[in-house]
Write a protein that binds this ligand. Structure first.
Ligand SMILES: NC(=O)c1ccc[n+]([C@@H]2O[C@H](COP(=O)([O-])OP(=O)(O)OC[C@H]3O[C@@H](n4cnc5c(N)ncnc54)[C@H](OP(=O)(O)O)[C@@H]3O)[C@@H](O)[C@H]2O)c1
Length: 297
């Protein structure tokens, strides 16, 4: 089988992976310093271009991180050793789920601007290429799969993935039907790790890629972990603040039903909320905010 990267020398590709990892780390650190949540989901804004259905963008943008490693592996001249196969397999399993399963399970939510979608697709392409090429050629000692580094890393990876998937499922279940735009409202999630943190899905994702970086002990995997933490950490803080404001709204609630509190918000109140929620504000899917309370509380 012909290696897809036959046109690049090993030395040049090693340098390329090094510089790509540096760029990924710098981009991550810049987004951490900028502290502006990416414009999708609840921060979606047409300022970044035409808005597209998020289920389509998640499928298309994440697909390169699944297809590129699979293609590079299948077309490679080398037969990867056991540690390489396990690590690359773990990466591919995550992106199989993220690109092919997650978008099917998702309900219709806030659409994604085309600019953000294209940026995400480019990052997924780069990340998929970097992890696959590094892991196809990395030389690990025979004992790597029984070393504490590998075992701890894979434990964290698996734990993080389980938390991430369970929490994503919890969030998805908060909305009733897959196409009900009027249902695109935010509710307080509960259960699992949401009992302890506001963004259990992000916590899971961060732990997952931290574990992957430990298990790989490589610069490309560390760069991806840094990017993920720098991206999702501050976004989680914004969500936490957002949840606190929703709870504040609860205190100001005007209409109370069984276990649902519907808050009729006047335009001026919404504007006040927009200015409090962050630099880009938030467009709600409906003219009221609905918060589901825990029954009995
Ligand atoms: N590795 C990385 O760098 C990276 C980067 C980004 C995301 N991810 C992962 O990709 C997955 C999705 O990320 P995301 O940023 O889209 O997550 P998110 O903002 O938590 O949203 C996930 C889904 O749940 C809905 N949702 C969120 N909070 C809700 C609430 N309180 N009430 C009702 N519905 C709610 C969202 O709807 P709306 O779309 O309408 O808000 C969306 O459909 C996560 O597992 C995340 O860890 C990874």
């Amino acid at each position: 089988m012909c290696d897809l990267m036959w046109w690049m020398t090993v030395e040049n590709e090693r340098r390329l992976l090094f510089w790509m990892s540096c760029v990924i780390i710098i981009v991550g650190l810049l987004s951490l310093v900028g502290n502006i949540p990416a414009s999708y989901g609840r921060y979606s804004s047409p300022a970044w271009g035409r808005l597209i259905d998020a289920r389509f963008t998640w499928f298309m943008q994440e697909l390169p991180s699944f297809l590129v490693p699979v293609a590079l592996w299948l077309c490679s001249d080398v037969t990867p050793m056991l540690p390489n196969r396990l690590l690359l397999g773990a990466f591919i399993v995550h992106y199989f789920h993220r690109s092919l399963v997650y978008p099917v399970l998702m309900k219709k939510g806030q659409p994604t601007p085309v600019g953000v979608f294209l940026m995400a697709a480019v990052f997924c392409l780069c990340i998929g290429y970097m992890q696959a090429r590094y892991l196809l050629f990395a030389v690990y000692p025979d004992s790597w799969v029984t070393s504490p580094t590998f075992l701890c890393g894979m434990f964290l990876f698996t734990l993080g993935m389980a938390v991430n998937m369970h929490s994503d499922h919890t969030l998805i279940s908060l909305r009733r039907s897959s196409d009900d735009v009027a249902d695109a409202v935010y509710r307080i999630p509960e259960g699992g790790m949401f009992e302890y943190v506001s963004c259990a899905n992000y916590l899971g994702e961060m732990v997952e890629w931290l574990g992957f970086a430990v298990a790989c002990w490589s610069l490309p995997a560390a760069a991806f972990a840094v990017l993920t933490i720098c991206n999702l950490g501050p976004r989680a803080l914004h969500y936490h603040r957002y949840n606190l404001l929703l709870l504040l709204l609860l205190l100001l609630a005007t209409t109370v039903t069984t276990n649902t509190i519907a808050i009729n918000t006047s335009t001026s109140f919404l504007q006040l909320l927009h200015s409090m929620l962050g630099p880009q504000g938030q467009t709600f899917g409906s003219s009221f905010i609905m918060i589901h309370c825990r029954s009995g509380k």
